[in-house]
Write a protein that binds this ligand. Structure first.
Ligand code: NAD
Ligand code: G6P
Ligand code: MN
Length: 441
């Protein structure tokens, strides 16, 4: 069985320990020869890297592992896969993305609305640099990207590297939702053959077929309407995530055709969600005081103790496993089905062909083979077209350094709507992002 060389970019991410654990668990199905972790932050990288050494000594002794902040050590011609999960500006900037819009009475969120806009304008720069760095040495490596806002990153990379067929943008939320549906039905995500359409963090499941070809979605809809909805790993979730999942019931009641991605709450009920958000304590505060603290303290403890056997640092969500099973399907030409982000090109008949859509596809060694979705109904088409126009204008604002396009983008966003508000929020975000954004003219 071929063994692969893997590079993880953003090795100091809070999600890395979970990913490393999945790498250990899946060493038979996805054997790795060399693993390198790269980060720009030496301190973060060291804590997670030292944890990794202990974990691998115990669970993956033959793995050739190192961590670094030196690009030259990380980018080598023999890389097969690059997993990317970077956060330009860190949680400090995420906090601003969330709090500045909220202070002006608009949704403040990591990937949705003006927060996602600001984060996108920061991510594009580093992601373009990353792709150039990888391609300068490894022309054929697969780049699997988690970096958010994945919708905007995917759109930007598609425009800047149109010929590159080995960049795949992914999101773990459809997979988390499949896990949560599975919990209700006693099934696993791989028991479903899903039909899904939309943009990243802006889509719907239309059918959930089982192995016999029965559509389980109507049954799930009834279960959600009767008993509400919780994430599969609800015992480990923070309050805000439980609140988010609970909004699915309302969405299904109002729009019962399909099962919605949880992120649609911000676009469908911005007024209601806004009332629940605390402008002084946002999700980034919850993460900094929760996941980030826990992960870094626990990794330090493991490194000092010299054993990871008793460690509870790993979360039970889809993140780590999902990117690995996606990679396995490509690596061994398995053709398994996953919901991923792809250039539309007719998959969804009545949406622009250059939109980066989120749909089910069979993943092979020659890339994704998407399943046709056909035409979507007017309501969903209208919502998606507005959101796509916002995303496209965001990317154009970045590429052209255009203030006008940035203003148009935010005005189109359903969490903003008012052009006056859009200008106010944009001007405030420009102030704090000078170090990261192109100067908008
Ligand atoms: P984090 O800040 O803990 O981790 C990100 C790491 O990236 C940090 O250690 C940071 O120093 C590093 N970094 C920043 N810029 C870099 C660069 N240019 N090159 C290399 N490393 C760089 O953040 P997190 O919450 O753990 O999330 C990591 C990323 O994964 C974010 O982009 C997040 O939005 C994304 N994510 C995406 C999904 C998805 O569904 N697509 C799911 C979970 C997380
Ligand atoms: C989901 C989304 C990701 C998001 C993640 C973490 O998995 O798909 O895109 O980054 O949640 O969000 P959090 O608020 O916990 O950092
Ligand atoms: Mn996501």
């Amino acid at each position: 069985m071929k063994k692969f060389n893997l590079l993880i970019v953003g090795g100091g991410s809070t999600w890395t320990p979970g990913l490393l654990k999945s790498i250990c668990v899946r060493q038979k199905s996805f054997p790795i020869n060399r693993l390198v972790m790269l980060d720009v932050n030496e301190e973060r990288q060291k804590v997670i890297g030292e944890y990794a050494k202990v974990l691998f000594r115990e669970e993956y002794p033959e793995l050739d592992f190192k961590y670094t902040t030196n690009k030259e050590e990380a980018f080598t011609e023999d890389i097969d896969f690059v997993f990317v999960q970077m956060r330009t500006g860190g949680y400090a900037m995420r906090e601003k993305d969330e709090k500045i819009p909220l202070s002006l009475g608009v949704i403040g969120q990591e990937t949705c609305g003006p927060g996602g806009f600001a984060y996108g304008m920061r991510s594009i720069h580093d992601m373009v640099e990353l792709v150039n760095d990888v391609r300068s040495v490894a022309k054929d490596a697969w780049i699997l990207n988690y970096t958010n806002p994945a919708a905007i990153v995917a759109d930007a990379l598609q425009r800047i590297f149109p010929e590159d067929k080995k960049i795949l943008n992914i999101c773990d939320q459809p997979e988390n939702l499949l896990r949560s549906y599975g919990r209700l039905l006693g099934l696993t995500p791989r028991d479903f053959d899903p039909v899904y359409f939309g943009l990243n963090h802006f889509g719907w499941f239309t059918n959930l077929y089982d192995k016999e070809g029965n559509d389980l979605l109507p049954q799930l809809r009834e279960m959600i309407l009767e008993g509400g909805f919780r994430p599969a790993d609800y015992e480990q979730r923070d309050k805000s995530w439980l609140q988010t999942y609970s909004m699915v019931e309302q969405m299904v009641r109002d729009f019962p055709d399909y099962l919605p991605n949880t992120y649609l709450q911000y676009y469908l009920y911005p007024d209601k969600v806004l009332k629940k958000l605390n402008p002084d304590y946002t999700r980034s505060n919850e993460v900094m005081n929760g996941r980030e603290k826990r992960v870094f303290e626990e990794c330090q403890r493991v490194a000092e103790a010299g054993t990871s056997r008793e460690s509870k640092v790993v979360h039970n969500d889809a993140h780590g496993e999902f990117i690995l099973i996606v990679a396995e399907s490509i690596a061994y030409n398995k053709g398994d089905n996953f919901v991923v982000i792809l250039k539309n090109g007719g998959i969804i008949d009545n949406l622009p062909s250059d939109a980066m859509v989120e749909v089910a596809a069979s993943l092979t060694a020659n890339g994704p083979r998407p399943y046709a979705v056909g035409e979507i109904p007017t309501f969903y088409k209208g919502l998606i077209e507005g959101q796509f126009a916002y995303e496209k204008l965001t990317v154009e604002a970045y590429i052209e350094s255009s203030y006008q396009k940035a203003l148009q983008a935010l005005t189109l966003n359903r969490t903003v709507v008012s052009a006056g508000k859009a200008r106010e929020v944009l001007d405030a975000l420009i102030e704090v992002n000078r170090e990261y954004w192109p100067e908008l003219k």
